[in-house]
Design a protein around this ligand. Structure first.
Ligand SMILES: Cc1cc2nc3c(=O)[nH]c(=O)nc-3n(C[C@H](O)[C@H](O)[C@H](O)COP(=O)(O)OP(=O)(O)OC[C@H]3O[C@@H](n4cnc5c(N)ncnc54)[C@H](O)[C@@H]3O)c2cc1C
Length: 438
């Protein structure tokens, strides 16, 4: 797929951002920045963006920091599978933006960024125009249904609403929980997307939480994972152990399978799988009561719109582990939207990368340049496997860097679910929320 085709079709669900700038939007949002008060603008008030905002203010109190976020409040994807499985409440996942902004002295503006003119260091948003000295982009991901449905937007819209992917916070998660809570019988099918996607363990953890819900509520039916890979993309040993030992008759893991269609009217999913005996791909159709169809995942289209170097998936290219864009030293890209390094796309990683970028920006503001590898991120990612009693598994990622060999990421994961890890999951979530919001 070439860049033009991607720009045309890739941002299917973010089409609103192509609206021409109205007179209202052309008004200044804030007066032009002055030399004595450098301005750092952050696009995206999620895991990466809010972390960067707090850390820049801590390290460079002379800087004005403005976060542009299109949502009215924060809704966490991490730990949302625990809510789906009935382990935690809806309220646990939500925070207001106002408290961290006033505690740390940054400004949060509820606005959608529509264009970025890097030559003028100027941003256009639904709330007006503003200029920056440094820009941090942490806009996350977008869905791309074109590999499944081509240009049939109606079909994509119907599948998005009826089989919500729930990888971007909002109504999708609410709809999925509503559907599970109403279920009396039938299959719950989860389709794992090909390629890179947000939170590689999420679909497999989701299968465990749904299976636990089925068991607790005596729901007849199976939880079916359809995956193009040969084994789970994350924590393969732990998830395969869990499927086999905790849910032998409940979870069906169909690997090496390509999703070919979804019919929300007949409530059927079709896929094909290579049959080694027939030496051919064999099509198969399964009925569902609830389907969680996760399409191909790409970076937010803001990366391409800003003219930043990116790969086929729209993921931003970087000049080094300091998260500076490959083609603009005033722009830093953090979180899921970066594609330079094989970092897992996680909230923990986005949080750590926000701190890395903040260190470099704070140094630049006092005319210092740090070594690009001076600060590195790390990752720890927990997944719940059972709900009552709660158990879990975990993976740690260590990052190392040398100018000659670049970045290396080493993973260490657990296989046998235990209660201690479920307790650590809740503690990790509380800890990262406090780190961002207190
Ligand atoms: C089900 C699930 C479970 C997960 N579990 C874990 C876990 O256990 N541990 C873990 O570490 N990670 C987990 N993750 C992954 C984690 O949610 C993401 O990796 C993390 O949110 C990435 O942070 P980010 O800042 O890049 O993007 P986000 O947190 O998504 O923030 C991007 C923000 O940008 C805003 N935005 C986008 N475009 C615009 C625009 N044009 N104008 C203004 N604002 C805009 C969005 O509204 C959003 O708030 C999970 C994800 C899912 C879906």
């Amino acid at each position: 797929m070439n860049r033009r085709h991607f720009l045309k079709t890739g941002a299917l669900l973010a089409a609103a951002s192509t609206t021409p700038l109205s007179a209202q939007r052309a008004k200044p949002l804030l007066p032009k920045n002055r030399q004595e008060t450098p301005r750092v603008v952050i696009v995206g008030g999620g895991f990466g963006g809010l972390t960067a905002a707090k850390r820049i203010r801590q390290l460079a109190p002379q800087a004005e920091v403005v976060v542009l976020e299109k949502r009215s409040h924060f809704f966490s994807c991490p730990y949302s599978n625990a809510w789906l499985g009935g382990v935690t409440s809806f309220e646990t996942l939500h925070r207001d933006h106002f408290r961290p902004a006033s505690t740390h002295g940054y400004r949060i503006v509820e606005a959608t960024v529509t264009a970025i003119d890097r030559s003028q260091r100027r941003i256009e948003s639904s709330a007006g125009v503003l200029h920056y000295d440094y820009l941090v982009l942490s806009p996350g991901i977008a869905y791309d249904y074109t590999p499944l449905f081509g240009d049939d937007r109606e079909k994509a819209r119907a599948v998005y609403e009826q089989c919500p992917p729930a990888l971007i916070p909002g109504s999708e998660h609410l709809a999925l929980v509503r559907q599970l809570r109403a279920l009396k019988e039938g299959n719950f099918i989860i389709t794992v997307p090909p390629g890179t996607f947000r939170c590689p363990p999420a679909p497999y953890e989701r299968a465990c939480m749904v299976a636990a819900w089925y068991d607790r509520h005596n729901i007849k039916g199976k939880v079916i994972l359809i995956d193009p890979r040969t084994e789970p993309m994350a924590k393969p040993k732990g998830f395969l152990h869990t499927f086999k030992n905790l849910y032998p008759d409940r979870i069906e893991y169909i690997h090496s399978a390509q999703l070919t269609g979804v019919d929300p009217k007949s409530r059927e999913i079709t896929f094909e799988r290579f049959d080694p005996q027939a030496l051919d791909f064999v099509p198969r159709t399964l009925p569902y009561a609830v389907a969680n169809v996760i399409p191909t995942i790409r970076a937010s289209d803001l990366i391409a719109k800003a003219g930043l170097e990116h790969d086929e998936g729209g993921w931003a290219r970087l000049a080094g582990p300091h998260h500076q864009s490959a083609n603009d030293d005033r722009v830093f890209v953090i979180g899921d939207a970066q594609g330079e390094y094989p970092y897992p796309k996680s909230g923990q990683m986005a949080n750590a990368q926000g701190k890395v970028a903040a260190e470099h920006i704070a140094a630049r503001l006092v005319s210092k340049k740090l070594d690009p590898g001076a600060f590195l991120p790390f990752n720890v990612c927990y997944s719940l496997t059972q709900s009552d009693p709660a158990t879990g598994i975990v993976v740690f990622h260590e990052v190392s860097y040398s100018p000659k060999d670049g970045i290396a990421v080493r993973a260490r994961d657990t296989t046998i679910p235990d209660r201690k890890t479920a307790k650590a999951t809740a503690d990790w979530f509380g800890g990262i929320m406090d780190d961002i919001f207190l």
